[in-house]
Design a protein around this ligand. Structure first.
Ligand SMILES: *Cc1c(COP(=O)(O)O)cnc(C)c1O
Length: 401
């Protein structure tokens, strides 16, 4: 079979997606660019997480929470009718079936458990569309912690239902009125707030972004997706690993968690970004929110606003490990338009009976177009992470369909 993909032949890279080098470096990306007091707070989180992650007691407690509260393991679903139409064998890793409806709960339960272990009584979080805020409020309620969630004023207007859910769960939602009043500003505000509250509060970041140790800590907490999927795929197909592993990329946590399960295999890794939020595909080197990575910038180095119909992909950058994987040629990053994502969402609903989140629909849109163009050779096996369910998007879709 001829392969038209321009990437290098993937070799199992020992050490890829292992621990970052000293001071949280993935190649030239990552690091801990923060004010002095936060550098110290990050150091404490790093130390506590390393200790916890090496402790079977902590791992066991987290595994139990994921099972009895979040509904893991999630199934691997063969998309039979769609596969037949596309000429490939597509399998969906169903993060949409977790409690609260997306992969965000995996990370949040881990960080909330870590916060209690560190003696913290409150979680601070940023949120865009509200998915990470709802997951944080959920974990806080479950473990008896307080939750303070920063959210841009514009997002508060657009996502009234999630704001209500957070308040229902007992969280305090603080409107952010600076800048563009969206996710980027909410993140800056949450970090600023943490400076004055490091003694009793844990900052629970929602993706593989921010200062060290967050990018690798969040990836480790999300690798349950990839580890489960690898075992399920092997049991289902006996051919070992899929030819392609695909996931959507906002900050990059569901993709990083998925890729981590396959980094040491020959599987080809594909991250799918929104056309208007393509930090990995089109960003330039910069520093934002405590780390060095790829960000959309203008000629003066100012961060450019991201635009996507999927709120979870509306971030102008990408996590540092993705920047590194891209540079190594280990993963490839592609983009999809709003229209393609909407088309893919409708197609999945009507062929498989699954209404996906618009974020996840981006990953599917690439699979559909790559199967059509021959980039995905006939018969190839594709594992795609379905990061969340579409309930949150029905009002957006209602206006378009
Ligand atoms: C938040 C979110 C994303 C994007 O975040 P990543 O960190 O890139 O995974 C994708 N899908 C859903 C459903 C989300 O809620």
């Amino acid at each position: 079979m001829r392969d038209v993909l321009p990437w290098r032949e993937p070799v199992p890279l020992d050490g890829t997606m292992g621990e970052p080098r000293a001071r949280g470096r993935f190649g030239e990306y990552g690091g801990r660019y923060a004010p002095e007091s936060l550098v110290e707070a990050c150091r404490e989180v790093d130390e506590a997480f390393r200790e916890a992650w090496a402790d079977p007691g902590f791992r066991g407690a987290l595994a139990r929470l994921l099972a009895v509260h979040a509904g893991r393991p999630t199934p691997l679903t063969p998309a039979r009718r769609l596969s037949e139409a596309l000429g490939v064998q597509l399998y969906l890793k169903r993060e949409d079936l977790t409690h609260t409806g997306s992969h965000k709960i995996n990370n949040v339960l881990g960080q909330a458990l870590l916060a209690t272990r560190m003696g913290r009584r409150r979680l601070i979080a940023e949120t865009g569309a509200g998915q990470h805020g709802v997951a944080t409020a959920t974990a806080a309620a479950l473990l008896g912690l307080e939750a303070t969630v920063f959210m841009g004023e514009r997002d508060i207007e657009r996502q009234a239902l999630n704001v209500f859910r957070m308040r229902m769960l007992g969280a305090e939602v603080i409107p952010v009125t600076t800048g563009s009043r969206t996710l980027k500003d909410a993140t800056s505000e949450a970090m600023r707030h943490w400076v004055g509250a490091t003694g009793d509060s844990h900052y629970c970041i929602g993706s593989v972004v921010g200062p060290d140790p967050y990018p690798w800590m969040v990836r480790e907490l999300q690798r349950v997706i990839g580890d489960e999927a690898r075992a399920q795929f092997a049991a289902e197909l006996r051919t070992g690993v899929p030819d392609h592993v695909v996931a959507c990329v906002g900050g990059g946590s569901n993709a990083a968690g998925t890729f981590a399960g396959f980094a040491d295999t020959p599987a080809r890794l594909v991250g799918v970004e929104a056309e208007g939020g393509a930090g990995a595909a089109r960003g330039r080197l910069g520093v934002l929110h405590g780390c060095r990575s790829l960000f959309l910038q203008d000629d003066d180095g100012q961060i450019v606003e991201a635009h996507s119909i999927a709120a979870g992909l509306d971030y102008p950058g990408v996590g540092p490990e993705h920047a590194h994987l891209r540079e190594l040629g280990r993963a490839r990053y592609v983009t999809v338009t709003d229209e393609e994502a909407i088309g893919a969402a409708v197609r999945l609903a009507r062929t498989e009976g699954i209404v996906p989140a618009l974020e996840s629909a981006h990953a599917l849109a690439w699979v559909i177009s790559a199967a059509g163009s021959g980039e995905l050779p006939a018969g190839s096996t594709v594992l795609m992470t379905l990061s969340g369910r579409g309930d949150k998007d029905v009002s957006t879709l209602k206006e378009l369909l």
